[in-house]
Design a protein around this ligand. Structure first.
Ligand SMILES: *Cc1c(COP(=O)(O)O)cnc(C)c1O
Ligand SMILES: [Zn+2]
Length: 440
């Protein structure tokens, strides 16, 4: 495969791997795989949404969708904070700024390349995605736009996040779980034993990370140079790992400067396991120390989409390595700080925020107060979600109906036969639909 556009590399053994929707090293190493693209100087094409950056996406063909984040230089919020060079990346719905991501978060950058990569390399298997809502909504939306089917597994308490602006939900097999995010993940691991299905892969899936990396690519072309600091709220930290990897490639590209930005991430207290472990100087999360009273802590969170219990923190190439090699840091943010930051951002910039984006805004305020960032520093603030209220002015939201409800207590003896029958039926009706896939 000398001429392949990209290959995968294991960061542990350095082995080069030809991608067959491969999410782990064949030698069994606990390391993220990273994409190595043949083209080192990225082109910015036009008219293809996020696929304008297809040079650095692990797919051969572009999907015709118009999701793409924007970057702009903040006037008012930056001024309020005393920052002269605050750049905002916005992923969400804000037509006045020409950004039309109708699921309102940057998860919409993960779904298109992931579905396309599965189509190209996963033997026509159907992707299974487990999430606390925003990821599954993004996959559901791209599934209905392209006709590529997905199985989405979501905790019952997050079912209200499952909607799209399209009425047709034929391509979405939604399963609700009477439990939390971790139960949804556990069930997805069982369900993928069914032959027609394949596990999406989460943080280990290069298409998800490189898809989110489009935020940094778009920002680099707008700013013409890498920022000194990058701010993002995290649950899993996958988006921040993606940012780090995109910065590594942009440095290799050579046109945007040579210095790795400081990556500043933030978690919402009281559930902040990575914050807790990092404060303690540990490369491992210890449940007893970093995640006591998990259920109660998660219930108290303002931004509960950030409630990932098993983040890719210690894995090679994960959050711990990212923080170390980018001179990064983590802030723990209280609900009160979130709300204050949210109010200020919304009134200064004129768009509503996802609660997770408010966490990032609060962390920036904290970093300024502490003197960690300076007035002249070039800062990229990733507003990972927003525009829900704005979307409601233009669209109706159609709730996605669940096709099955599962109970995690019975996960040892999940009714796999029954699920398989249902999925087979779903698949046969979807076979026709999948011919509708539009490639450009
Ligand atoms: C998922 C999500 C995040 C956190 O992303 P990571 O995967 O932890 O990097 C932040 N903001 C929003 C709006 C999200 O949906
Ligand atoms: Zn390896």
């Amino acid at each position: 495969m000398q001429n392949a556009k990209y290959q995968l590399r294991c960061l542990e053994c350095g082995k080069t791997i030809t991608d067959r929707y491969t999410n782990t090293c064949p030698e069994g190493h606990d390391s993220l795989l990273r994409t190595v693209y043949k083209r080192k100087r990225i082109r910015r094409l036009s008219g293809k949404g996020m696929f304008d950056y297809i040079d650095w996406l692990p797919v051969e063909e572009a999907l015709s969708i118009n999701a793409c984040p924007i970057t702009y230089k903040s006037a008012d919020f930056g001024k309020e904070l005393g920052l002269k060079n605050l750049y905002i990346s916005f992923s969400g719905y804000w037509p006045e700024k020409s950004v039309f991501m109708e699921t309102c978060t940057f998860k919409e950058l993960e779904a298109p390349p992931t579905l396309q990569r599965a189509k190209e390399g996963a033997d026509r298997k159907i992707l299974v995605v487990a999430s606390a809502g925003n990821t599954s909504r993004a996959f559901a939306d791209v599934a209905s736009m392209t006709g590529m089917p997905v199985v989405a597994i979501v905790p019952k308490s997050s079912i209200h996040r499952m909607w799209t602006t399209t009425e047709n939900h034929d391509c979405i097999f939604l399963i609700s779980v009477d439990g939390d995010y971790s139960d949804a993940i556990a069930i997805s691991k069982e369900i993928v034993k069914i032959d027609a299905l394949i596990e999406e892969g989460g943080a280990r899936n290069v298409a998800r990370r490189d898809g989110m990396g489009v935020v940094e690519l778009e920002a680099a072309f707008f700013m013409k140079v890498l920022p000194n600091y990058y701010f993002q709220a995290v649950g899993s930290g996958t988006g921040a790992i993606a940012a780090w990897e995109a910065f590594i490639r942009l440095i290799e590209d050579g046109r945007f400067g040579q210095e790795m930005p400081g990556i500043v991430i933030s978690q919402n207290l009281p559930f902040a396991p990575m914050f807790s472990a990092w404060q303690d100087g540990r490369a491992e999360i210890i449940a007893d120390k970093d995640m006591s009273n998990t259920g109660e802590a998660i219930e108290k969170m303002y931004a509960d989409v950030l409630s990932t219990r098993n983040p890719p923190y210690s894995v090679k190439g994960g959050v711990y390595d990212m923080l170390g090699s980018s001179n990064g840091r983590i802030y723990g943010i209280t609900n009160e700080e979130c709300k204050i930051a949210e109010k200020l951002f919304e009134s200064e910039e004129g768009i509503d925020l996802d609660p997770a984006a408010s966490v990032a805004c609060a962390s920036l305020i904290k970093a300024v107060d502490e003197g960690f960032v300076k007035k002249e520093d070039k800062i990229l603030l990733n507003i990972t979600g927003g525009g829900y209220k704005r979307l409601r002015e233009d669209y109706k939201m159609y709730e996605i109906e669940e096709r099955m409800e599962l109970n995690p207590c019975s996960s040892v003896q999940l009714p796999l036969d029954e699920i398989e029958r249902e999925v087979k039926e779903f698949e046969s009706t979807k076979l026709l639909a999948s011919r509708r896939v539009v490639n450009v």
